[in-house]
Structure formats: structure tokens, C-alpha cells
Design a protein around this ligand. Structure first.
Ligand code: NAD
Length: 296
């Protein structure tokens, strides 16, 4: 193996330390950043995720508020709660955990969140602001990828970047963030012809597809930086399952300059970036200097 392994767990831990320092500064100015997380229903994976979010929010010194609503909560009640959180001055970030039950229109819920408190960065106004180069709150997973790429490469200016996947949550915002850092960006997707040839051009590859190990090492340009967003559960040994990314790790690591592993790469950065977004939202709401390099 020749590639440097980008340790997302360690990077996220350092980021949280930095956030904790910034939270202390903001608190000294008289404001405690607050994050409200809303969970509707009993989805077990969501419950674990929300618990982790709550724990990490408190660990960096922020206020964490959780609203757990039963699965049959009417949409109107959820919208009413979001309305209250929008006007609560102690709440700087609001996140409604997806998926919501089928009788609730997720798009309607996301649009109901105050743009300035939309720490998931999914509101169309935040999407528009990102696309037009204005100050935005940016989806956490691509923001985490950008921070790792900047840390690894310094300036991304002029680099060839290929993003595989065009979802609203990862692929599209990732492409915009790379463009914002002056990379030359190609977005590849399920209809892309000769994906291997497209990926071989890239100094930076971000794979966000959800297909286990679909990117082989011989698609990777020697020395490229590979960010693997995919999380795929596949059968492992002794009847157990294991997680793999969208890139075939062993063969890609033979060729790449640096690569994120799965697990332990992009994954840990997502909650750290949620905390970063909450801090940014709090600073902006209170006219305080926002931490450098944690937002766009
Ligand atoms: P999605 O299903 O919304 O989008 C997948 C994209 O891949 C689509 O745009 C599609 O065009 C593209 N695609 C599908 N088949 C393809 C093919 N054969 N070749 C090229 N492109 C193809 O998925 P998503 O929400 O963007 O998530 C992608 C992956 O990232 C999933 O594995 C998900 O679990 C993971 N993910 C991880 C994190 C994290 O680490 N915190 C966060 C979000 C998503």
C-alpha cells in the first residue's frame, strides 16, 4: 500500500476540540450555542444517530435539545414545533432527522426551518446561496469532505476533481464546494459514459454512490486523493456483516496519494461538521466573529 490513510476519526476529534475552544469564546461573550434535534418515530438507526449527536453537542459545550415525537405525529404538529424552535433565541440550529414517517412531507418540513438555523443546509435558500457563492449553511457530509481535502492538499485551485454521484445531500453540494475552491469539477453519475476514463483524469475523486467497491484501483490516477463517502453493508466472515465504501480500498490505496477508509474516514466528520454549522449559525445570529475556515 502506498497511499496515506486519511484518519477521519482523528481529524473529527481535532475539529471538535477546536469547536469546543470557539464555543468557550462565544460563551464568554454571553451566548451558548444551542442545537435542537427533532426525531419523529422509532427508526433505530436514527435513534442511535440522534443520541450521538446529542452527546457530542454537549461535549463541545453547546446546549442540546431533543424533541422525540411519536410516529403518528400529525404534520401540522411537527410544523408547529419547528415554528416555535425558529423563534426560540436559545436555539441556533434545528435539525429534523430524516427519514420522517410517510404521512409527513419531508420537503415541507425542511422548508419550514428558518434558513439561518438550517444546520443541515438542505433549505432551498441555503442551496441557492451556496450555488451563488454567498454565505450559506452547507450540508455536513460534503463540508467534512472539503475540510479533509483542504487539510490534505492545501489549495485545491486548478485541480481536476471528479464527484461520482449527484444527490442533493452529497454529490451536488460537494461539486459546488469544490468549484468554490477553484477546482475544475466534473459530476459523474449513473448515466456517465466510460466512468473509468472520467475518474482517471481526477486529482481528487469523491465517490458518493452507495455501491460497494465499485471504483477499482485502475480508475485512479497515481497520486490522486480519494474521498470515499459510500457506506455499504456487505456480508463478512462468520455470518457477520461488514462496512465497505464505494471504492475498492486495497487496490485504490496502491495507486492513490491519499485515501479515506470506510469506516473511519468521512463518517466521523459529519457530526463534527453539524457542530461547526451550529457554531457558525450562532455567531452569525449574534453578530460575533465566526471561526475561520469552518464554513463558506
Ligand atoms: P443517493 O442514492 O441519493 O445518490 C447516489 C448517486 O449515485 C446518484 O446521483 C446516482 O446518479 C449515482 N449513481 C448510481 N449508480 C451509479 C453508477 N453505477 N455509476 C455512477 N454513479 C451512480 O445517495 P447519497 O445520499 O448521495 O449517498 C451516497 C453514499 O454515501 C451512500 O452509500 C450513503 O450511505 C453514503 N453517505 C454517507 C454519509 C456519511 O458518511 N456521513 C452521509 C451521506 C451519505
Amino acid at each position: 500500500m502506498t497511499a496515506k490513510i486519511i484518519d477521519g476519526k482523528a481529524f473529527a476529534a481535532r475539529l471538535r476540540e477546536r469547536i469546543a475552544e470557539e464555543v468557550a469564546r462565544v460563551k464568554a461573550a454571553g451566548v451558548t450555542p444551542g442545537l435542537a434535534v427533532v426525531l419523529v418515530g422509532e427508526d433505530p438507526a436514527s435513534a442511535v444517530y440522534v443520541r450521538n449527536k446529542g452527546r457530542q453537542t454537549v461535549e463541545v459545550g453547546m446546549e442540546s435539545v431533543e424533541h422525540r415525537l411519536p410516529a403518528d405525529t400529525p404534520e401540522a404538529d411537527l410544523l408547529e414545533l419547528i415554528g416555535r424552535l425558529n423563534t426560540d433565541p436559545a436555539v441556533h440550529g434545528i435539525l429534523c432527522q430524516l427519514p420522517v414517517p410517510a404521512h409527513i412531507d419531508a420537503a415541507k418540513v425542511l422548508e419550514a426551518i428558518d434558513v439561518a438555523k438550517d444546520v443541515d443546509g438542505f433549505h432551498v435558500s441555503n442551496v441557492g446561496m451556496l450555488y451563488t457563492g454567498q454565505k450559506a449553511l452547507v450540508p455536513c457530509t460534503p463540508l467534512g469532505c472539503l475540510l479533509m481535502l483542504r487539510d490534505q492538499l492545501g489549495s485545491l485551485s486548478g485541480m481536476e476533481a471528479v464527484v461520482i454521484g449527484r444527490s442533493n445531500i452529497v454529490g451536488k453540494p460537494m461539486a459546488q464546494l469544490l468549484l468554490g475552491d477553484s477546482a475544475t469539477v466534473t459530476v459523474a453519475h449513473s448515466r456517465t459514459r466510460d466512468l473509468g476514463a472520467v475518474v482517471r483524469r481526477a486529482d481528487i475523486v469523491v465517490a458518493a454512490v452507495g455501491r460497494p467497491e465499485m471504483v477499482p484501483g485502475d480508475w485512479i490516477k497515481p497520486g490522486a486523493t480519494v474521498i470515499d463517502v459510500g457506506i455499504n453493508r456487505v456480508p463478512g466472515e462468520a455470518g457477520k456483516s461488514r462496512l465497505v465504501g464505494d471504492c475498492h480500498f486495497e487496490s485504490c490505496a496502491e495507486v492513490a496519494g491519499a485515501i479515506t477508509p470506510v469506516p473511519g474516514g468521512v463518517g466521523p466528520m459529519t457530526i463534527a461538521c453539524l457542530l461547526a454549522n451550529t457554531l457558525t449559525a450562532c455567531c452569525r445570529a449574534n453578530g460575533l466573529a465566526e471561526p475561520e475556515g469552518l464554513a463558506v
